[in-house]
Design a protein around this ligand. Structure first.
Ligand code: NCD
Length: 317
């Protein structure tokens, strides 16, 4: 049995721990309510918007019998607005709760929190850096839908530059032999050098193309789509211009119903959500029209099971 305390970045998961968590997730039934964490409490400290991560953590805790408390928009609705540091906020919450889930725009926020924490910290999204629990549920979705975590052809479309979910999933996929990753994005949103070096070091082959490559997509087991993260574009005088350019660059990567004919019968289409609304909607396929669309199950059932397993492992050993 592996130990688990803080969850900071997806590299930290060992194969043994992933197997243990996924076996727990298989056994847990989100339709049921358990009493495993009856006397436990956790705090969701969110400095950035969230729908699925927040609700799925709250629901996971509720299903296990524990209680959750939270601050949404912590920059505005907590003492941070009065100048309190992240470290002081963490010190306080550690005195009150058994675990803290932190979402923060700084890439190093989780490490900063851990440096003063006396209770487990779960990174619920750190800037454009990492989102390890999303990767955990993404890989769980792949395992349940495709039946394996190795020898996969995974295509990641959209925004590898700013997407923390793509980055964290690359780290997990690099733990298994035979996986091949292809990034399809405009040149302006290419994957960072650090991830490419990590993949090379772990003998995971990868390609990148700046067009929606038919040949690549017709071989893919997993098609993982992300929105263009315009919210990550730095504040400066040219911001709106930069955003307009990124959205224009990304237009040729929009997935439409006619692309469904390109994909293998046993492939799956995933998305960490949210999907952009309006004319820039990066995934224009209706999930009810094709059973290869799994992004609703990814967020709901698979997400809940994976997070229930994670909380149980940290708080119950
Ligand atoms: C993602 C995130 O916050 O990084 N959402 C999520 O947690 N499921 C993806 C995104 O914001 O595009």
């Amino acid at each position: 049995m592996s130990e688990l305390y803080h969850v900071i970045e997806s590299q930290q998961f060992t194969l043994e721990l992933l197997d243990e968590l996924y076996e727990m997730a298989d056994e847990l039934d989100p339709e049921r309510s358990y009493k495993f964490l009856n006397d436990k409490t956790f705090f969701l400290l969110f400095y950035e918007p969230s729908t699925r991560t927040r609700v799925s953590f709250q629901m996971a805790m509720h299903k296990l019998g524990g209680s959750s408390f939270m601050t949404e928009n912590a920059f505005k609705f907590s003492s941070v607005a009065k100048g309190e540091s992240l470290e002081d906020t963490i010190r306080y919450y550690c005195g009150m709760f058994d675990l803290i889930v932190l979402r923060h725009p700084d890439n190093n926020s989780s490490q900063d929190a851990v440096s003063v924490a006396t209770k487990p910290i779960i990174n619920g999204g750190s800037g454009s850096h990492q989102h390890p629990t999303q990767a955990l549920l993404d890989l769980y979705t792949i395992r349940c839908e495709i039946g394996r975590q190795d020898n996969l052809d995974v295509v990641m479309i959209g925004d590898p530059k700013y997407s923390r979910t793509i980055r964290s999933l690359c780290y997990l996929l690099s733990k298994y032999p035979g996986n091949h990753i292809t990034f399809l994005s405009p040149d302006s949103l290419k994957m960072g050098q650090d991830i490419k070096e990590h993949l090379t070091k772990h003998q995971i082959s990868f390609d990148e193309f700046s067009f929606l490559n038919h040949e690549v997509l017709s071989k893919a087991d997993v098609i993982y789509v992300t929105r263009i993260q315009t919210d990550r574009v730095p504040e400066d005088a040219d911001r709106q211009h930069t955003i307009d350019n990124l959205l224009a660059d990304a237009e040729p990567f929009i997935l439409k119903p006619e692309h469904l004919d390109w994909f293998k019968k046993d492939s799956i289409i995933m998305h960490p959500m949210p999907i952009q609304k309006g004319q820039n909607r990066e995934l224009q396929i209706d999930p009810e029209t094709d059973e290869r669309c799994v992004w609703i199950e990814q967020a709901n059932d698979y997400g809940l099971r994976a997070r229930m397993a994670l909380l149980l492992k940290i708080l119950n050993g």
